[in-house]
Design a protein around this ligand. Structure first.
Ligand code: ACO
Length: 181
């Protein structure tokens, strides 16, 4: 075992294959190839990769973690009421986290926390942005702990939000307010 040197950078087209593989490995939901194309080309999506610079065998730039997010207009997101949506400011935006993951051998090192920090920093730098939000399946204890520990507020439980292999699962809606919420 070696000492990791974790760095963060944008996701780029050369990450496509590994990005798809990791998503397939760690999520119970299948994502369309169009989603991965949008991520690696930064089309309506912002993203960060975590890489381990001290990894041998030409793997020093290979993804070991990622976060992907989309900019949403507050008025379209359907959670405007929860964000005290102000109709006199129709340009207000939100950052919606789509996927977050860290490969198993790199977990519990604070990498997910750092990836979420990047998203919060980015959202805070967008003057129109009011909040970062996301959905998490109700049985995902590690992720729920992470969001709570990072001061996200759980504002709603959505019954049957996810449909996986014919079975419905609830989700929690977590929000982190920025720029005064
Ligand atoms: N059990 C309980 N709490 C945990 C666990 C765990 N197994 N793992 C992380 N946490 C919490 C802890 O509070 C931890 O802080 P602490 O160590 O100071 O107590 C905090 O999260 C931060 O941990 P990190 O080391 O930053 O998290 P990690 O890099 O291990 O990644 C993640 C966490 C992303 C949930 C990882 O387990 C993973 O990839 N899981 C599979 C994919 C997934 O569930 N992604 C999130 C789905 S939600 C979405 O995508 C919007």
């Amino acid at each position: 075992s070696h000492h990791p040197t974790i760095c963060y950078r944008p996701i780029q087209p050369s990450d496509l294959e590994v990005l798809e593989r990791i998503h397939a490995e760690i999520f119970p939901i299948r994502y369309e190839s169009e989603f991965f194309q949008s991520v690696v080309h930064g089309r309506d999506i912002v993203s960060w990769a975590a890489v381990d610079r001290s990894r041998p065998n030409g793997q020093s730039d290979e993804l070991i973690g990622f976060v992907t997010a989309r900019i949403a207009m507050t008025k379209e997101a359907g959670i405007g009421d929860l964000l005290r949506y102000d109709p006199s400011k129709p340009d207000q935006t939100l950052v919606y986290i789509l996927t977050l993951g860290v490969v198993e051998t790199y977990r519990n090192l604070g990498i997910a926390r750092s990836l979420i920090r990047q998203v919060i920093k980015y959202a805070s730098s967008v003057p129109t942005c009011r909040a970062v939000y996301l959905h998490v399946i109700s049985y995902n204890v590690p992720a729920i702990h992470l969001y709570k520990k990072m001061s996200f507020k759980c504002i709603r439980r959505l019954q049957g939000f996810y449909l996986i292999n014919g079975q419905h699962y609830d989700s929690f809606l977590f929000v982190y307010y920025v720029n005064g919420g």
